[in-house]
Structures are given as C-alpha cells and as structure tokens.
Design a protein around this ligand. Structure first.
Ligand SMILES: Cc1ncc(COP(=O)(O)O)c(C=O)c1O
Length: 351
C-alpha cells in the first residue's frame, strides 16, 4: 500500500517494489524549499544547551510569543507537538460524537477521529478546483454534529474557498452548538489577515510552524480558541509535550518576516508557472494560494509511475476522499528540481 502522507519518498519505492534511482526529487511534500531560516541554523549550537533541562511546562517563551504574534491572551493558546498533536487532542474532545469533514482534505482528521470512535460524515466539495463548499448539504448535517473541520487553505488542493461560504458555515454552526475547527496550517503562504483566529467563540483555529519555517523534524504547532476549549485541550496533553528546542526555534521563527515574504513570492511565482504549464498540457489544475498545486491529468497513475522511474516523486491522491488517485499533487521546489520536473512533464505529455 502507498504511504498515506507525502515526504519520506523511499517508502513509495519500497511499497511499489521499485528500485529508486540514485537521485530522487521529492515533490510529494510541501515544506518550504528554502529550509529553516538561516538565523536558526546559525544559532543551532546554542540550542544544544537546552537539552540538559526540562522544557518550560507552560511552553514559554513560545506561548507568549504566539499570543503576542496573534494579539490574543495566553489563555487562548494551546501548543502542540506539531499541529498533528492538536488534532489528536481534538479527536479526544469529540470522542463518540459526530463530526463533519469536507473532502478532499488532510487525511489525519479522519485517522485521529476514527481512533476515538467518532462517527464521521464526509461531504465532497462541489468543485475541487476552488474547494467550493456544499452549503446546502452542510446545512442539513450541522444540527447533528459536534464539530465540522475545514482546512483553509485546503490540503491537498491549496484552494481558499469564498469567505462568504466560510462565514455562512460559521454562522450556521453557531445556531446548532457545533464547533468549527479551521486548520490554517498553510495560511502562512497566503495572507495572514485572512485568519479566523479569535473571531468567534465556537471556532478553533489550528496552526503549524512546520510548513513555512521548514521545521517538520522539530514538531511545533498550536491552536487558538476560547479559554474553555483551550483548558480542556491542555488537560489532555502530556506534561512537557513540546520540547525545549522547538520552543526556542519557534520563538525565533516568528521574527522572520522577510524570510516569509520571500518564500511567499517564490511560491506564488512557481505556482503560477506550474498552473499555466499543466493547463497547457490539458490538465485540470486547482486554484492554489499555497506552495503546491493539485492537478488531474488524463492518466494519473501512469504519470505517477513514469515520474517515479525518472526519480521524481509526486504525491498520489489514493487516500484523499473525492480524488481517488485521479489527481496528483506537486510541492514547489528549488529551480533545479523544477527544471527536472518540467523536463519530465514535457517527455510525458509529448509522448
Ligand atoms: C493541512 C495540514 N494540517 C496539519 C498538518 C500537520 O502539521 P504538523 O507538522 O505541524 O504536525 C499537515 C501536515 O502535513 C497538514 O497538511
């Protein structure tokens, strides 16, 4: 079976019993291609000292830094060992209840919810390209739900749906006592003013430090919500669950505004180029505001295998409900890798 996440591309070759070529270009994950901010790398020797002590039990200095960054009180922030840990905590909150998922979306929601015996209802968007929400169907389901999860911008499509639609869902959910979990793991790539942090009492916003700051190995994320929700989530988390190096690195990352802007510009340019190229090849391409795009070629499986033989690993969509392997996702990489990708796509589409 193919791995259920991008990254670690050797597992793809292993699963398919293929011998990987000597050089592999991994487009299956969507972490910032520039790597961690240079300041972080320079300071790394200083972080070694932190290993000798337990981390701050409250998560300082990162907790205060995040509160300041988003202009919210500290009591409205819970930290996580990656956004992934927040999703595990949330799944426990909704254990044995009903949760609505809008698909295609990040597969971890269903995985964590299933582990907590949550009854999941999945609705597929009316348009994959824009991730247009099925408003009427959502309206019908909300009265029965403890929560609805929205991934905005969405993974794997990168699309940011119309704000009126999201507002409509938030309003309807409030009427039924249903919480709205908004995963903004990829909002850093778009526009921070579009956040749903702290707008409504029943909205829980989840963020990840992983993608923009290229620190997936460090594990750092957080959620912002009403104090009562945050307290309940904190009670479920193990003591010292966020390590001291992550707390220090995360705090330093928040200073990196120029680095963020450069990364955004690079991604925007390459996403546009890629969208144009794939459209020219006759593929459907998602309206992405992030650092990846999803596209539907005539034969996704054949292209996926062809690319693998050339050392190019794309993200399959076998485990994304509503995409069923018929789409592929590409994360933006450095110029040299992008050139390899285009050369491969040329060979494939001109066949
Ligand atoms: C949409 C989305 N949310 C959350 C996460 C988890 O992020 P983290 O690395 O902070 O656990 C991912 C990771 O791929 C993701 O794609």
């Amino acid at each position: 079976m193919l791995p259920s996440h991008g990254a670690n591309p050797h597992y793809v070759y292993e699963a398919l019993q293929m011998t990987p070529p000597q050089t592999i270009y991994d487009f299956s994950e969507n972490v910032n291609v520039f790597g961690p901010p240079p300041q972080i790398i320079k300071r790394f020797p200083q972080y070694v000292d932190l290993v000798k002590r337990y981390p701050d039990p409250l998560g300082e200095p990162f907790l205060s830094a995040i509160a300041h960054h988003h202009n919210v009180p500290r009591q409205q922030v819970v930290l996580g060992n990656g956004a992934s840990e927040i999703f595990s905590l949330l799944a426990r909150r909704y254990a044995n209840k009903n949760v609505l998922l809008i698909e295609p979306t990040f597969a971890e929601y269903a995985a964590t919810l299933q582990a907590n015996h949550v009854t999941i209802t999945q609705l597929i968007v009316t348009d994959v390209l824009t991730w247009e929400l099925p408003i009427t169907a959502i309206q019908e389901q909300l009265p029965h739900m403890a929560a609805i999860y929205l991934c905005i911008p969405n993974n794997p499509t990168g699309a940011y749906p119309a704000r009126e639609q999201i507002q409509a869902v938030i309003t309807m959910a409030a009427q039924h006592g249903c919480e709205v979990v908004i995963d903004e793991a990829f909002l850093d790539w778009y526009d921070d003013t579009k956040t749903y942090i702290h707008q409504f009492n029943h909205v829980i916003v989840v963020r990840s430090m992983t993608k923009m700051y290229a620190i997936p190995g460090i594990r750092l994320g957080y959620a912002i919500a009403h104090d009562n929700v945050i307290n309940a989530l904190k009670q479920q988390a193990p003591h010292w669950h966020v390590n001291a190096i992550a707390l220090a690195i995360g705090t330093a990352c928040l200073q990196e505004t120029q680095y963020v802007e450069q990364a955004r510009q690079y991604a925007r340019l390459h996403v546009q180029q890629l969208q144009k190229a794939l459209t020219t090849y006759g593929c459907k391409v998602t309206n992405s505001v992030t650092n990846y795009v999803c596209f539907k070629p005539p034969d996704a499986k054949a292209l996926f295998y062809f690319a693998l033989r050339e050392g190019i690993v794309l993200r399959h969509t076998e485990n994304f409900v509503g995409l069923n392997g018929e789409w592929l996702r590409i994360g933006i990489k450095d110029e040299q890798s992008m050139a390899k990708l285009y050369a491969m796509l040329d060979r494939w589409f001109q066949k």
